[in-house]
Design a protein around this ligand. Structure first.
Ligand code: PLP
Length: 419
């Protein structure tokens, strides 16, 4: 190292206590108890940096994007396009043309099903999804199969909550045109081997569509290493605002696809006799986009990068392993899904005969926020012969103490129902 080489400044690892100071919403009490927020799988909380960036955007540079030459419009356009670049780098996409801003994961998956599906599927073709999908990766495929006459098939799950790989080998064949699957189940926590599943799809000539709603916020994502054709995810689950999501798509495939929605911004030219389409990614972004939300998402990515995705994954692994140990010891409680080594930061469970809504209400009285219901994944619950479960999920700002609060509140629920 020469004398002029600057010294590398390595930022110290954050502590959860420091991170929590950035989240105003976590400072409050609920029913007289400090809030324990264990519902980040449904939607994460937002750091003050994201909230202030969106506020600042509206105070200083808001105007519509792409359409004006005035100063504010140019500033808003720059902020919006910078956010796209930030997203591309975050998932290692080769080009910003492959980053389409959507409203959320659901819209991204619908875009692929409708645009790609209508152009490419026909009777005799098969679409393969799995039984562990969120409804947003089931219903669009059901709809498009009805329209095109293609057949929808499902990879079953094992009693441990993992994909049945023997069945997959049978179901994935030369008739399969699309294999769409979640990278991480929002009920079972199962982390699927995305790169391997993508390779298996490609081996039979199918495209691979990955639902990254639960993986991108928690695991370092590299779309080039995964080789996925599409990856959809939502800003609101990764510290960003609601109202914006991302669809990554391989350029060659996106270029060949017809538009999804028609309107302003997505056209090159409109004549009464017909229209032609804008370049990527604008061809798939009809109408005024979520500009302030893109700014918020960009700052959320900065925040995740600063803390470090590896730190986040390891932090959640430790909390989940601890929570797993603690919950296993509660008599009458059954956790759904695989062991901690093969799952992400969430635990869904059933607890005796207590209805999950009752559990969630009792926990709420202790200030502990968990989710109860089918979590938009009814087929998983059908698989286990139940209609609902209770889910505790962990993120960057949760601590082991909060797991202890969850456990204490569950003991209270047990006392109330005295079983
Ligand atoms: C695995 C998975 N896929 C898709 C979605 C849908 O996300 P959104 O409601 O943001 O579109 C969710 C939301 O919980 C999810 O967990």
């Amino acid at each position: 190292m020469t004398a002029s080489t600057p010294t590398l400044q390595v930022a110290p690892m954050p502590t959860v206590a420091e991170i929590r100071k950035d989240f105003p919403i976590l400072q409050q009490e609920v029913h007289g108890h400090p809030l324990v927020y264990l519902d980040s799988t449904a939607s994460s909380q937002k750091p003050v940096q994201v909230i202030e960036a969106m506020d600042e955007y509206y105070r200083t540079i808001h105007a519509n994007v792409h359409r004006g030459v005035h100063t504010l419009s140019e500033a808003a356009t720059t902020a919006y396009e910078d956010a796209r670049l930030k997203v591309a780098r975050f998932i290692n996409a080769p080009s910003t043309k492959e980053i389409i801003f959507t409203r959320n994961t659901t819209e991204g998956l619908n875009l692929v099903a409708y645009s790609w599906g209508r152009a490419n599927l026909k009777p005799g073709d098969e679409v393969l999804i799995t039984e562990m999908e969120h409804h947003s990766n089931i219903v669009p495929w059901q709809l498009i199969c009805e329209i095109t006459g293609a057949t929808l098939r499902y990879v079953p799950i094992t009693p441990r909550g993992e994909l049945d790989y023997d069945a997959l080998s049978q179901l994935l064949n030369e008739k399969t045109k699309v294999f769409a699957f979640t990278a991480m189940s929002n009920v079972l926590g199962t982390i699927n081997p995305v790169a391997e599943l993508v390779a298996r799809a490609h081996a039979v000539g199918a495209i691979a569509v990955v639902d990254g709603a639960q993986s991108v916020p928690h695991l370092k994502t590299d779309v080039q290493a995964l080789d996925a054709d599409f990856l959809a995810f939502s800003s609101h689950k990764m510290l960003g605002p609601t109202g914006i999501g991302v669809l990554y798509g391989r350029k060659e495939i996106l270029q060949a696809m017809p538009p999804f929605l028609g309107g302003g911004d997505m056209i090159r030219e409109v004549k009464l006799s017909g229209s032609s389409w804008n370049d990527l990614p604008y061809k798939f972004e009809a109408g005024t986009p979520a500009i302030a939300e893109a700014v918020g998402l960009s700052v959320a990515i900065d925040y995740l990068n600063q803390v470090g995705m590896d730190w986040i994954t390891e932090h959640e692994r430790q909390i989940t392993a601890y929570a797993w140990e603690q919950l296993q010891q509660i008599e009458g409680l059954r956790i759904l899904g695989p062991d901690p080594e093969r799952r992400g930061g969430l635990l869904s469970f059933i607890f005796g005969d207590i209805h999950p809504h009752d559990i969630a209400s009792i926990l709420d009285m202790q200030g502990v926020a968990v989710r109860a219901g089918h979590h938009c994944a009814q087929p998983i619950h059908d698989h286990y012969g139940i209609s609902a479960s209770t889910r505790a999920s962990f993120y960057i700002y949760n601590s082991l103490d909060e797991v202890d609060r969850l456990v204490a509140a569950l003991h209270q629920a047990k006392d109330i129902f005295s079983f």
